[in-house]
Design a protein around this ligand. Structure first.
Ligand code: FES
Length: 393
């Protein structure tokens, strides 16, 4: 069964049969065939304003097939118009069965000076196409049935939780049990003003039933509304009051880097075990670590197996470089003068994916590569360090 997101009214009707742009690549799937991954072109079918600076962008595959993803996963999008790739969490409801969905939605906040968000808000139109690859990420997939979850988000960090909350609502509403469920979910979201609360009516409407609670915090009033809810930034004292059993819950955190760092310190202070804390960073180049009480490596910190220097051969380019301790394969490629594609440099987006012919690496990725691809010998050079001599394709 396929359940589609039903929130919002598209501002523009989409063409019923999108036409792939000339020369676009098709993965060759027969139309409407289920698949568990997608690489190809998507056509925009709707652009829906959500708040004063947030836009829902809905896509469907140009080849007419379905899109697989789980709540909390993201796709990497290529934007040749602005010369960069970006990852966006899917915010709509996933398929509750095995068939995937015919469309999905991402939710994009316009960031001042941000090339992709500005492009999507100001120039992207219904019928335009974009190349996408995914789904990636494991945020939200690790449900412990019977346990309680705590979602903590700020600003655009709400996006993966929109899909997770919508999936929960759909599962409870339909009685479908193909995906596991938390016994209860408390979602504490921090926004600047009430005007910045994304999909406020819908998300607030989920609260108070089905063991689901949504608690928005705002630090200021908006021009049109005096905020009467919980006011101020999240603190450990506030969190202790709002979620007395915080230490017993599985905790998921997504937001700006400063928020993530502050919240992770609070969670440690409140006694949440590190293994129960799950994070999703949406700011490239700013991986956040869960604080630890010792000097050991924390989340997101690359490690190397030895101090040895290994050779890395780039067979296609016909060159070889020596790779000292801690140097990634991507850095080695640059050392060799190879302009290898990359974007996040953190193992998130999958842009740098390449094939390893032989040798061993330690890869500290963050969901940007699929288990199948690893089995096939692919690696993410940006987060892989050699632990033997390595030959790349
Ligand atoms: S550059 Fe993003 S995964 Fe390597």
């Amino acid at each position: 069964m396929t359940t589609m997101y039903d929130g919002g009214v598209p501002t523009t009707e989409a063409p019923r049969t999108p036409t792939p742009r000339s020369g676009s690549w098709s993965p060759g799937y027969p139309a409407a065939m289920p698949r568990d991954e997608f690489t190809g072109d998507l056509v925009c079918t709707a652009l829906t304003p959500v708040t004063h600076d947030v836009l829902d962008v809905t896509f469907r595959p140009c080849d007419g097939g379905t899109l697989p993803f789980s709540p909390g996963q993201y796709f990497t999008f290529a934007f040749p118009q602005v010369g960069v790739d970006r990852c966006y969490s899917v915010t709509s409801t996933p398929s509750l069965g095995v068939d995937g969905v015919e469309e999905f939605t991402i939710t994009v906040k316009k960031v001042p000076g941000g090339p992709v968000s500005t492009f999507l808000h100001e120039q992207f139109r219904v019928g335009d196409t974009v190349r996408a690859d995914g789904p990636y990420g494991v945020f939200g997939s690790d449900v412990r049935p019977g346990a309680g979850a705590l979602y903590l988000s700020a600003g655009s960090g709400i996006t993966p939780f929109l899909s997770m909350m919508r999936a929960r609502r759909a599962l409870l509403a339909t009685g479908e049990r193909s995906l596991p469920l938390w016994s209860s979910v408390i979602h504490v979201h921090t926004a600047h003003t009430p005007a910045d609360l994304v999909h406020r009516e819908e998300v607030t409407g989920l609260s108070g039933r089905d063991e689901t609670t949504f608690i928005p915090l705002c630090s200021q009033d908006s021009a049109a509304e005096a905020w009467t809810g919980v006011r101020g930034r999240l603190t450990s004292a506030t969190l202790r009051v709002l979620v007395p059993d915080v230490a017993d819950r599985e905790v998921f955190v997504c937001g700006p880097t400063a928020y993530m760092e502050a919240v992770l310190a609070m969670l440690v202070e409140l006694g949440v075990p590190e293994v129960r804390i799950h994070t999703e960073s949406y700011v490239f180049g700013e991986t956040v670590r869960v604080p630890t009480t010792d000097d050991g490596a924390g989340v997101g910190e690359a490690t190397t197996a030895s101090a040895a220097v290994f050779s890395v051969e780039f067979r296609g380019a016909g060159c070889m470089v020596q790779c000292p301790k801690g140097m990634t394969i991507l850095e080695a490629a640059r050392e060799a003068g190879i302009a290898h594609p990359s974007s996040c440099a953190e193992g998130v987006c999958g842009t740098c994916k390449a094939t390893k012919v032989s040798g061993e690496v330690e890869m500290d990725h963050q969901g940007g590569i699929r288990p199948r691809e690893v089995r096939e010998g692919k690696i993410l050079p940006c987060c892989s360090v050699p632990v033997s001599d390595v030959v790349m394709e």
